[in-house]
Design a protein around this ligand. Sequence first.
Ligand code: HGY
Ligand code: MN
Ligand code: MN
Length: 401
Amino acid sequence: MDAAGFRELWGDFEPIGRSPEGGYLRYSWTETDLECRNWFRAQAEKRNLEVETDRNGNLYAWWGDRHAGDAVLTGSHFDSVPHGGAYDGPLGIVSAFLAVDELRASGAKRRHPIGIVAFSEEEGGRFGVPCVGTRLMTGALDADRARDLTDSDGVTLAEAMDSLNADPSVLGPDPERLRQIGVFVELHIEQGRALDAEDAPVGVATAIWPHGRWRFTFTGEANHAGTTRLPDRSDPMLTAAFMILAARKEARLAGGVATVGRIESDPGAANVIAGKVHAWLDARAPDEAVLNAILEGIESKVSERAGRDGTQVGSRAESETPVVEFDAALRDRIASLLGGVPVLPTGAGHDAGVVSAHVPTAMLFVRNRTGISHAPSETADDEDCAAGVDALAAVLRELAC
Ligand code: HGY
Ligand code: MN
Ligand code: MN
């Protein structure tokens, strides 16, 4: 694959979901999602691949009959975070179509079915829980909870699926499908600069850091911003602000990362002391002990602060992901097949992390020279993306032909 060949198909997909305010708004079960699904379907039909959607809204294109079992599945997700980058997710899907093209052009003979997949709602950008499509398929997310997930407009996942003529009543575990998959390989833009530091266009994942998403609720007393004396206030915004700073400090001290990127104040008026504040904590660490140290540090310091503020604090886990160690034999086999490319962990969550608990799974990373992701300026060189396609084609040949 050369850069021009990659750019041709990439350029065909890239405009879908681009926001005039920058980055991409590719939310699941929206008209933009439908555009992505239609693009996928057209690419599959052009290649005479059989298209099907599973009960959880994950979309597949099959080269060979998946019922034969031991399928080699590759792909990623279309959905983005709000104003996210172009590559996070779609790169793995576009590269999968191009890798299949390469295999066919070389006359490769398949021993196993090869599938390309677009998993649904990986980011949780619309419904707040990441990897919905894979967590439902593997039974890691309860179907009733999923149906009731709501977006910022109060639209439930069930209603959103209905709006695109998908049936939410059949959401749930899909063990028969999992049994048909022999191995899953996800290609993804690196969300960091490790490959750039090693001057390598492609790498192989070793692990995904343990991480989670917690919704904090701070409760105080709504009151007038101008007439309420300071000693008389129970202002939850103070406790929330303290939590945000405490999270950063605890993460720094423990050796992990912690972020509060979303905060909502109720009633949210400039001249009203908030009655309630919701803040979402995203915390990640190289291992569970460090992650727990961060969480315990935050919890203890914030509850002490709430006592001083006269507020109450509650928190609820929205998603928790234990450390993922990818299949070591598969990892080493792929790394040596690709000529000894770097192997590296990641702090980013992926569908591959969810699937890996059920199916031998590997991830390929494509160099991201700035390391920036989840932001409009996320980018990768066409040459590196083409190298990623070649690497994926070599892996598919090794595993399926
Ligand atoms: O948030 C993550 O780690 C991933 O990009 N969904
Ligand atoms: Mn992402
Ligand atoms: Mn992703």
